[in-house]
Design a protein around this ligand. Sequence first.
Ligand SMILES: [Fe+2]
Length: 306
Amino acid sequence: MGKLIQFIRKKSNRFTINYFPLTKYRFNMFRYAGKGKRLSLEYKLAPGSKFYDIVQTIKKDGIAVVKIEDLFPDKTVLNDLLEEFQAFSNTKDFKDALQKGESKDNKNYLIRSGYFNKTLAVETRLFKMAVSSPFLSIVTNYLGSVPRLQFAEYWYTIPQKDSGSKNSQSWHRDPEFSMIKVFLYLNEVDNNAGPFCYIKGTHQQGELGNILPRKTPNGPFYPSEKEIFDKIDKSNIVVNTGSLGTLIFCDTNGFHKGGDAKLNPRIFAYWTYGGPGTLFGLYFKPTGDLTKLSPAQKFVVEKINL
Ligand SMILES: [Fe+2]
């Protein structure tokens, strides 16, 4: 009986997400808003502090770019991430994809660790960073709530000389009103490595937030270049080339694109956070001892009951 109820619930959820996504999104945000807000007190930032300034920059521009040592002065943090990526790049799955020149992912130019491994151990640096105080302070103060983690992965963009831009390599808005992504470059990303590009001020609360607005949180939104730049001056484009350790916080409901690597690979660690009731819940299973996590950290990696 329990299983039947669960099945019906799942089907009806899928139906509302597909056909009434905005209603479902607002309902879910409302449902978890109180808890997310209550837990956020732990991460309150004092005006004038370094993290507070980063949050203010994201609020204004939709993006803030810093260096990893600004947030994590301990060098072992970056070294651990590099080692973890190295271990991933030594797996058979990675080597096969690299040799073939494409992955089995829907974005076939990307080799994503999360595609091959749907678990993430709490003791990995990738996981620790996801629930770290610097990340959660910045993300929580931007979203106004303790967030929900959706992804924590390593990405390797395979250079493709003549591929032509596709999917997320074209300007688009990600499918949520309340979200933030964090990218940490693990190699030098120049113009030939598909740097992450953003149009400043196009996030929901930005000056250009209402230009070509997203209507529903149900799939990304890909207007043509002409539609965008008829309305927005190209001087608002930020091209984020950067060295190893470049750390980008970005509200990707604003227009962005990336990964059009022509000659050089682009490697980064990547975290996506949604609001407290996101429809795009955790895409992996945390493994290991979760009991040591604080209530806020548990909320971040909890599977949401849609
Ligand atoms: Fe995107």
